[in-house]
Design a binder for this molecule. Structure first.
Ligand code: DX5
Ligand code: ZN
Length: 216
């Protein structure tokens, strides 16, 4: 079962609540929420108050992608704001095992994200402990970038590791996914697909979700 997790980074932020309601109505499986601090990545997006506000509008799984330095400082806040999955970057946290346990202590699912240039080998010890691995297929920080092709091999490698160590692992891929490349990503083993600009393109959410889902 492949899940679609639209990124609200590309939503119309002047009517974010309405866009979240549309996503749920038109078949999104999760809501991907990109939190950026202007330090780990060169951009600033939104944080806990926005998550809390849209939590009122949707029952979907909130898939919160933290692109922030030392994410452990804010896990409790994001848990209380309504996150269901909290994903931290391998590159931003030197005590990853502790942070994973901390996320789980709030009853939340825990994910680890890796940048395009980070090899899969760094995940070997942690893969059994997490609910999700997020493979970045663009350099984090912005929507609308082009998919980096060499990450396909990394998805494939994660799939192999998950079969061995964690068969229920969610393998999420994020960045530059559209109707032309979504099949390749799924064929490599991804089971959660993030899409921002390709979901909100021309404000045709219903049509775009349908097209992406037909591409699986
Ligand atoms: C990038 C974010 C992505 C982004 C995806 O740093 O993590 O979730 O919103 O946007 P698209 O699908 O437009 O590449
Ligand atoms: Zn993301």
């Amino acid at each position: 079962m492949i899940k679609l997790s639209p990124s609200i980074l590309s939503a119309d932020l002047s009517k974010l609540g309405e866009d979240v309601i549309s996503l749920e109505k038109f078949g999104a499986d999760m809501i991907h929420i990109d939190v950026m601090d202007g330090s780990f990545v060169p951009n600033i997006s939104f944080g806990m108050p926005i998550i809390k506000a849209i939590r009122e509008t949707s029952k979907l799984v909130f898939d919160v992608h933290l692109m922030i330095e030392e994410p452990s400082r804010y896990i409790e806040d994001f848990a209380k704001a309504g996150a269901d999955i909290i994903t931290v970057h391998y590159e931003s946290d030197v005590h990853l095992d502790r942070t994973i346990k901390y996320i789980k202590s709030f009853g939340k699912m825990a994910g680890v994200a890796i940048n395009p240039s980070t090899p899969i080998s760094v995940l070997e010890c942690i893969i059994k402990e997490v609910d999700m691995i997020l493979v970045m297929s663009v350099n984090p920080g912005f929507g609308g970038q082009s998919f980096i092709d060499y990450t396909l091999n990394k998805i494939h490698q994660i799939k192999e590791l998950s079969e061995k160590y964690n068969p229920s692992l969610m393998i999420e891929v994020d960045g530059g996914i559209n109707s032309n490349n979504i099949k390749k990503v799924v064929d490599c083993g991804a089971n959660v697909i993030v899409a921002g600009s390709s979901v909100f393109k021309n404000k045709e959410i219903e049509k775009n979700i349908k097209t992406l889902k037909e591409g699986f």
